[in-house]
Design a protein around this ligand. Structure first.
Ligand SMILES: [Fe+2]
Ligand SMILES: [Fe+2]
Length: 295
């Protein structure tokens, strides 16, 4: 365990989500490919029992360091999209070079998780852009390969610049966030206006917002909402921060909620055959993206 990398791998955060949300939001029984997925062995243990080591420490760092100033800085820096030019499949392979410390035999690679998500969406007959969103949604984790710490890449996201809602997991760790000592940032609305809409709200920095910046010109709006807010569990699962949302956000969050089960409950699916699936997905990517995009 190190100061910036308390998790054995980024997947440990997603495993902890299954502890918190072992069920719910799945489509009605018999109507989804997710019903065929074997439940992870540990999903019925008591909350927290099977949380991988390091998750608590991970959230301590995340809540300590995700300040308004930090988020503004990362948005401005990565928003320039000047790190690399890559094709989308090339970027998936780049993401796959991310080596987790966890047992490689027990876990799926990043591409495999993305294909499991996309294949479950495809099996349920959803539109092609929804399938493509499943394939891409975690591509922003390449932030790790650009040197960002785990706490700046994954974890539940939440607004900065206003009071930290007590429905955020490990809420107590916000006591050490410097923004907690700034009264202007601790009111209900903070720097925002009531009903201003999430587009004006700065969420904690991570793979969601980064990928949104990258793919914004290419995908339809519901796909962009799924990508930008899929880790915003305080919003899409806990119903927090309604005061910052507008009616359009609430309408679009139906898509965020439709996406979420495919992300977290497709994990036990059979190992996808990457080579066999690649031509289908290359063709799907080409329908929406030019050969190279800016990251
Ligand atoms: Fe994600
Ligand atoms: Fe995911």
């Amino acid at each position: 365990m190190s100061e910036t990398h308390p998790l054995r791998g980024l997947d440990d955060w997603e495993q902890s989500l299954l502890d918190r949300y072992p069920a719910g939001l799945t489509p009605p029984s018999g109507q989804s490919a997710l019903d065929q997925v074997e439940k992870p062995r540990d999903s019925f243990r008591n909350l927290g029992d099977s949380s991988p080591p390091g998750v608590r420490e991970f959230y301590r760092l995340n809540h300590r360091y995700q300040t308004l100033e930090y988020v503004r800085g990362k948005r401005a820096d990565y928003g320039r999209l000047n790190r690399r030019q890559m094709g989308v499949w090339e970027a998936l392979e780049f993401l796959n070079t991310l080596v987790d410390d966890s047992d490689p035999d027990a876990d799926f690679s990043q591409i495999e998780h993305l294909l499991q998500t996309a294949e479950a969406i495809r099996a349920d007959g959803h539109p092609d852009w929804f399938i493509l969103t499943g394939l891409l949604h975690d591509l922003g984790k390449i932030l790790c390969l650009f040197g960002e710490p785990q706490w700046g890449v994954v974890g539940d996201t939440f607004p900065v610049g206003c009071r930290f809602d007590n429905r955020i997991v490990f809420h107590e760790f916000f006591a050490d966030n410097p923004d907690s000592a700034n009264p202007a940032l601790q009111t209900e609305l903070g720097i925002y206006e009531e009903g201003c809409g999430l587009d004006r709200v700065l969420l904690s920095w991570g793979h969601d917002e980064y990928l949104y910046q990258v793919v914004r010109p290419y995908l339809p709006e519901p796909a962009l909402y799924m990508i930008r807010y899929h880790s915003f569990y305080p919003g899409h699962r806990e119903g927090a921060y309604q005061r910052l949302m507008n009616d359009h956000d609430r309408e679009m969050f139906a898509w965020v909620r439709a996406f979420n089960p495919y992300d977290i409950y497709s994990k036990g699916a059979t190992r996808p055959n990457v080579t066999a699936l690649r031509p289908y997905y290359e063709e799907l990517i080409a329908r929406y993206f030019p050969p190279q995009i800016n990251f």
